[in-house]
Write a protein that binds this ligand. Sequence first.
Ligand code: GDD
Ligand code: MN
Length: 372
Amino acid sequence: MVEDATREQKVHGVQMSIIIPTYMEAETLSKLVERVEKTLVETDFEIIIVDDNSPDGTADIAEGLGMKFGNIRVIRRPGKLGLGSAVMDGLKLARSQLIAVMDADLQHPPEVLKHMLEELGKGCDVVIASRYVKGGGAQGLSVWRRFISKGATVLAHVSLPKTSRVSDPLSGYFALNKKVIHGIKLNPIGYKILLEILVKGKYGRVCEIPYNLQHRAGGRSKLGLREILLYLKHLYSLTKEASEHRRLINFVLVGLAGILVNETILWFLTEHLYLHYVFSASISAEVSVLSNFALNEVFTFRDLVADSSLRSVFRRVFEYNWTRIVGICIELFTLHVLTIFAGLHYLLANLVGIALSLAWGYSTSISIVWKS
Ligand code: GDD
Ligand code: MN
């Protein structure tokens, strides 16, 4: 299977094109290329190094490596134009149908490339080297970077549920079949080109293989505050493009409908069935949770329902219930803390509580209840 697929690729050129964006990586590039050449010695591949006029002479080193190995091309760009656009320029030049993208600083162990090629050969459209599947890790990141990275991943999962099937949508180490992006307009904003591909690309199977993100072998990371802000901007534009804001609006509308259901039942049970209003309220609260669940299942998250067997619906009802209870606790806790300790007016404090509980409800709906 692997052989058939790779033989087919060979007709069009090399078996795999490896794109390596570089900015100031003179220290590590040679070591990286040597390890790639060693790993893929039985493969007919090419390397495309996209350098942004690094002042440390990375491009000259790259050209030297090209003379030595013969399967390396170098794109020299006039200045630091960003990682995303470097990858895109590399894609334009790639001769193979199968493409891999990796960093130049040896944080991505080149030995994983072989595994990636095998997975592409088995029919995976996108292969992601993941820090977050069993066997993977991020030992090369500081605790602080790990925290930021995890937070950014959760944010991606929640704002773009299409990516929630993938454990590491922000990985910089991945491979794909070029058909995934055929005819698709990619936006080179920021660092996270894989995210762009996962949202806009046309693919069936996404495969993840574990890897351990290593320490930088030299040089310095270029991921600073600017990149983090760009990431948020990128996420916002992808969310808009994927019409995800409609989902949030639906969720809020369902919540408002829930208030109506709650009040109506409370009124009916108290006024017509003569129940004590606290008893009526506990019934009406639960009924409104259930009606909200039903509306969300049918409208808001319909596309995320993977399994509609009764068992699975019951699981979701259960999870929706407990996440709601936690949501109410968050609301009351915020109200209490902001009024007592921060001296806020209780109506204002309650608004903050509602906002926090809404954020909690929406994110747990995607990441727990309707997790596909
Ligand atoms: N051509 C070019 N232009 N290359 C760049 C630029 C640029 O403006 N900025 C960074 N690069 C290159 C670096 O030289 C390196 O090879 C690679 O892109 C990654 O840059 P790093 O600065 O090492 O990024 P990082 O290690 O902090 O982040 C990496 O890991 C993250 C996961 O934690 C990246 O792969 C991210 O995409 C990934 O999310
Ligand atoms: Mn790095």
